[in-house]
Design a protein. Structure first.
Length: 54
């Protein structure tokens, strides 16, 4: 048996991770805003600098 076959058998025997929390159907707008706020701030500053250069 080759090392490739042994590795394939080892990987086949492992259980996959299961997501235990259920999706409740609600969009967490505040969490999305918190995640996107830093990127939006960086883009706004970059756009402001580009406009200032013109």
């Amino acid at each position: 048996m080759t090392t490739v076959e042994i590795k394939a058998l080892e990987n086949a025997g492992r259980d996959t991770m299961v997501w235990t929390e259920g999706y409740d159907g609600e969009t967490r707008h505040s969490a999305v805003f918190k995640a996107l706020a830093p990127a939006a701030l960086i883009l706004a500053i970059a756009a402001g600098l580009l406009v200032a250069i013109l």
